[in-house]
Design a binder for this molecule. Structure first.
Ligand SMILES: Nc1ncnc2c1ncn2[C@@H]1O[C@H](COP(=O)(O)OP(=O)(O)OP(=O)(O)O)[C@@H](O)[C@H]1O
Ligand SMILES: O=P(O)(O)OC[C@H]1O[C@H](OP(=O)(O)OP(=O)(O)O)[C@H](O)[C@@H]1O
Ligand SMILES: [Mg+2]
Length: 283
């Protein structure tokens, strides 16, 4: 049986389970459940602390896992990233009291509070900056107010938490993170076929989320212009209509471009433009 680790709580937990569900796998109904066996698909899901997912995968006790890229780097695990999952996006940044620091060089000799000590330590070493890292479990923004640190390094999503604490980001982002699928480095998986199937299914979910299907009717002499607007992934489907002066076209279009594409198609003379969600997809 394939063993897969999913975050049991925190920012990534719900989205990770939703994505697995959309990929056709059974998921727990109760957030207290720690293991769920999906017998039909031959997969056992383990709901672990997001921080621990990369550790289990790296050790090879589970085959695949979902975690954040920042947590993966912080863990020092040898697990490798195989797929970006398009949710849980954040940046990992230095922040200090407004107006006090402008570049990473200002960190030298200071105390940095963080829950990602591994990540911060290796970033500072790479840059040759010496500083003392204060490892905290969470709510690190308060560490400066309470005098435990001079600055912090933490996850920034909207920036609200920082602003409320009177802190400001400075320097380049340490890392851009999102949820990722990780697997044990060097393979060594009991069932490589099941791993490939899960990756392909998750890729299908990503495509189904990122694209819509667009159908429209188009005067036959405009088909080149129209299909230049909707080139599709490989090539659009062009079908004859009963009226030989018109054809029907079907093509995949990036979801975020839907309305712009409809405007362009309408402008050149396409009509009856219909947009449909893709429920599932295997490219
Ligand atoms: N607003 C956010 N706050 C925290 N983590 C976020 C946020 N957005 C995305 N993430 C990502 O979620 C992961 C952190 O997971 P974690 O379980 O620690 O989340 P959390 O919301 O901080 O949970 P906890 O309740 O344990 O504090 C990281 O990969 C991080 O980049
Ligand atoms: O930029 P924002 O949208 O404000 O989000 C980022 C904040 O959210 C997380 O904290 P969380 O609520 O998980 O608390 P924690 O620090 O105790 O983990 C993270 O550690 C930041 O503090
Ligand atoms: Mg947190």
């Amino acid at each position: 049986m394939l063993r897969v680790a999913i975050p049991n709580k925190g920012s990534l937990s719900e989205s990770a389970s939703t994505m697995m569900r959309e990929a056709g796998y059974a998921q727990r109904r109760d957030t207290k459940e720690l293991v769920l066996t999906d017998a039909d698909n031959g997969v056992e899901f383990f709901y672990l602390r997001p921080r621990d997912v990369a550790v289990y995968v790296g050790e090879g006790t589970v085959d695949l896992g979902i975690t954040g890229r920042d947590l993966l780097r912080d863990s020092g695990s040898t697990a490798e990233e195989v797929l970006q999952l398009g949710f849980g996006g954040s940046t990992f940044r230095f922040a200090a009291p407004a107006g006090t620091m402008t570049s990473v060089q200002d960190v030298a000799g200071r105390r940095v509070a963080t829950s990602y000590a591994g990540l911060v330590q290796s970033h500072l070493s790479e840059l040759g900056v010496q500083a003392s890292v204060v490892r905290l479990d969470g709510a690190v923004e308060t560490a400066v107010t309470l005098g435990v640190a001079d600055l912090i390094a933490d996850v920034v999503e909207t920036g609200t938490t920082l602003r409320n604490a009177g802190l400001e980001v400075f320097g380049e982002p340490i890392l851009r993170s999102e949820a990722v699928l990780v697997r044990r480095c060097q393979g060594g998986t009991a069932d490589p076929g099941a791993v490939e199937t899960m990756i392909r299914r998750l890729q299908g979910v990503l495509v189904a989320r990122q694209y819509v299907l667009v159908d429209y009717d188009c005067p036959a002499d405009l088909v080149d212009a129209a299909t230049a607007i909707t080139p599709g992934l490989e090539s659009p489907t062009v079908s004859p209509l009963r009226d030989p002066a018109w054809v029907a076209v079907r093509s995949m279009v990036p979801r975020r471009r839907t309305n712009a594409v409809m405007d362009e198609l309408y402008r050149i003379g396409a009509r009856a433009i219909l947009v449909t969600d893709i429920a599932a997809c295997r490219l």
